[in-house]
Write a protein that binds this ligand. Structure first.
Ligand code: KIV
Length: 289
């Protein structure tokens, strides 16, 4: 089936037959998972790029707190506030509604907005859900499990995040691969507990490819989304500025510059969608540990 069509941003590449027409939802994402179709996720922070991502057939947009680094020029994500996240979620939601409106939107809970108590997490998640997010994301395992359960029981879909968790970069000693050696057992235990608590997605960042493939098998109801975690996950996520080759630093090893050979941002995002769906990105030999 050819799903190409014209948009204000150019002609769409053929995208996911599931995502192309109807708004994404948790049942649709579960259906993709069960059919073996990879889930595509990309960060976006404003209305225009969100509209282009939606037009390109991206399944999920993450309004990541990485915006602290790529939009605000901060040295890490630690300084991002809940109010800033609300502003960017609202902008992305308006952009997506301008085009197909199919993309599932995830709002990142920033550092300090869910750490005090489950009640604080609920208040913060409410801010992002009322801004139009479909799901919230939070970092860490173990101490977050009961918070995830509390939010899910109250009807808030949750994406967890394990491995390299950028909000704790200072505690981790830098942006390093996680889950090697003895720490793999803790990561496994945290991931299973998060699925049990109801997390519907799990970002695995900078985790060895073999471990993330094993976790994907072990988590049928919690879709693993890899970033620098090899090709064995249920889906992939990249920071938009990295995959467009416009970040201010050096691209990490796990990134591919999808602008190479493309004449528009729409085409670059379309190339990313196709590469994830057909399994040609990531390449474990080049983009994994
Ligand atoms: O904030 C973000 O963009 C993220 C991704 C790196 C997964 O958490």
């Amino acid at each position: 089936m050819n799903t190409s069509s014209a948009t204000p941003y150019g002609t769409l590449p053929p995208a996911s037959p599931v995502a192309a027409r109807k708004p994404n939802s948790l049942p649709r994402l579960q259906d993709m998972r069960e059919r073996g179709e990879k889930i595509t996720m990309l960060t976006a922070y404003d209305a225009t790029f969100a509209a282009v991502a939606d037009a390109a057939g991206i399944d999920c947009i993450l309004v990541g707190d990485s915006l602290g680094m790529v939009c605000q020029g901060l040295p890490s994500t630690v300084g991002v506030s809940l109010e800033t996240m609300r502003y960017h979620v609202e902008s992305v939601v308006r952009g997506v509604q301008r085009v197909q409106g199919t993309t599932w939107i995830i709002g990142d809970l920033p550092f300090g907005s869910y750490h005090e108590s489950r009640e604080q997490a609920l208040r913060s998640a409410t801010v992002l859900m009322q801004a139009g997010a479909h799901m919230v994301k939070l970092e860490g395992g173990g101490w977050t499990t009961e918070t995830v359960r509390f939010l899910v029981e109250r009807g808030i879909p949750v994406c967890a995040h394990l491995g390299l968790t950028p909000q704790t970069v200072h505690a981790l000693g830098g942006y390093r691969v996680q889950g090697r050696g003895d720490s793999a057992a803790k990561l496994r235990q945290d991931a299973l507990a998060l699925q049990d608590a109801g997390a519907a997605m799990l970002v695995l960042e900078m985790v060895p490819a073999a471990l993330s493939a094993e976790l994907t098998e072990a988590l049928p109801r919690c879709h693993t989304i890899g970033i620098g975690a090899g090709k064995g996950t249920a889906g992939q996520v990249l920071v938009m500025h990295d995959m467009l080759g416009i970040n201010l630093g050096k691209n990490p090893k796990f990134v591919r510059n999808f602008m190479t050979g493309q004449s528009s941002v729409l085409d670059a995002m379309g190339a990313y969608v196709r590469a994830v769906k057909d399994g040609s990105f990531p390449d474990n030999a080049l983009h994994a540990w």
